[in-house]
Design a protein around this ligand. Structure first.
Ligand code: MG
Length: 424
């Protein structure tokens, strides 16, 4: 649920010139709440809040609930005070993910494979390759909105522009249930209408810094040189990004899966083995190697694949795509083990006995669905908000392990790659 500021004045007709406007940003409206209404139609029109428990935060709120001043990440206890008559439901992330992946596979994927999924309810789409068929990007946006609404009872807002920054800001200002096209010739004027916080990446502290320099809005920002912005922010990267953004420009390409390669590691055993601990030990080593090279290249991976070669030289592979991209062995290894158990169809007894039904000659892991860390972590997803709400234990344990792995990286950098091993 986006808390980026919207501006009534921005939601107007900016013209119909769609030249070069091949980037769509699609954002489903109040997604968790819409999913709940889809399976409980009697809740339609009610102030609905997803998130329960006195120590939790709100994960999503219907537009009716937002009229009471409720928004995401607000403590549930506060939301209850603001709207005592509200309907509070627990988060059912598995159900929302199922709906999301159906929408992606049955609607979005029918347009193009040039899709960058940002979170469970949000993506960018490059439609330049499909215009021969669809003629105009707005035709695609309209079709998507109809399909998602009629097939899933979820409304979505779509921004259409020449780059990701403007497409995202356009969808924010199109909400709820709207569509906004910003022609390329209007994009500078559009951003310069906005408050500072409407630019993704300008948070509370950067806003404070800019305001201390007398920069109160995007229009003022656009009159600063890159050098002045460097003085204000102390960072060349921020200065460059702000300079571009204030003129409605964005150089970041879409991180679509088709551009990506994979990163993997595999080993052949000295002797073919049926020992589960040998195979899982090797997978642990491979997880560590793969995670280290992902981090070295500043990448995150979404899909984990386990590969086995048997004594008869036949191969088997099995993959799983995670909702949240990862680059630590603490996240990759447990997933690889689950895949190993399921591809060999192991039951509890076999796992306890540690004996595999077939001789294994080689085992390995590869990761794909890669994206750059800095492009992936710009916006907190609904999942991030949700995780704050989940019990400490597993999440905290994994993030501690991931932190330990980053320390290992620096030790290995100094003393060589075999100097330390990870005990998972
Ligand atoms: Mg949304």
């Amino acid at each position: 649920m986006s808390t980026a500021p919207r501006l009534a004045a921005a939601k107007r007709d900016w013209g119909s010139d769609e030249t070069d406007c091949t980037v769509l940003h699609i954002d489903m409206d109040a997604f968790y709440a819409s999913c709940e209404v889809a399976r409980h139609p009697e809740l339609k029109g009610q102030p609905l809040i997803i998130g329960t428990g006195p120590r939790s935060v709100v994960s999503a709120a219907s537009y009716e609930a937002r009229q009471f001043g409720i928004n995401s990440a607000m403590p549930v206890s506060r939301a209850q005070r603001l709207c005592p008559q509200g309907i509070f439901l627990p988060v059912d992330i598995r159900y929302y993910r199922t709906i999301s992946s159906r929408i992606f596979s049955t609607v979005f994927a029918r347009i193009t494979n040039q899709i960058e999924q940002v979170s469970v309810d949000e993506c960018y789409m490059d439609v330049s390759g499909t215009l021969r068929q669809w003629k105009r990007p707005s035709n695609i946006a309209r079709w998507i909105r109809e399909q998602v609404a009629s097939g899933f009872h979820v409304t979505c807002s779509v921004g259409i522009a020449s780059n990701k920054l403007i497409a995202k800001m356009a969808s924010t200002n199109a909400k709820p249930d709207g569509m906004l096209l910003i022609p390329k010739t209007q994009q500078a004027q559009f951003v310069q209408l906005m408050p500072l916080r409407s630019i993704p990446g300008i948070g509370q502290s950067l806003e404070k810094r800019l305001k201390a320099w007398g920069i109160d809005d995007v229009a003022t920002l656009s009159r600063c040189s890159e050098e002045e912005l460097f003085q204000a922010t102390g960072s060349h990267i921020s200065a460059h990004g702000l300079f571009l953004a204030s003129h409605g420009l964005d150089e970041l390409p879409l991180q679509t899966h088709s551009q990506e390669k994979s990163i993997g590691a595999e080993r052949t055993f000295l002797h073919d083995t049926t020992s589960l601990s040998n195979v899982s030990g090797l997978l642990r080593q491979c997880s560590d190697e793969v995670a280290t090279s992902l981090r070295k290249r500043q990448l995150l991976a979404r899909t984990i694949t386990v590969k086995l070669r048997f004594e008869d030289l036949h191969y088997a592979t099995k993959s799983h795509t995670l909702q949240k991209p990862v680059n630590s062995a603490a996240d990759i290894y447990p997933e690889a083990l689950r895949l190993l158990h399921s591809m060999l169809d192991l039951d509890e007894t076999q796992i306890n006995r540690g004996e595999l039904p077939r001789l294994i000659r080689l085992a390995g892991i590869s990761t794909s669905g890669l994206s750059k860390v800095q492009d992936t972590l710009i916006q907190p997803s609904l999942d991030d908000i949700l995780q704050e709400e989940q019990p400490e234990t597993e999440h905290a344990q994994r993030s501690q392990l991931a932190h330990a792995e980053r320390i290992l990286d620096s030790i290995r950098g100094r003393y060589g790659k075999d100097s330390v091993k990870l005990g998972l």
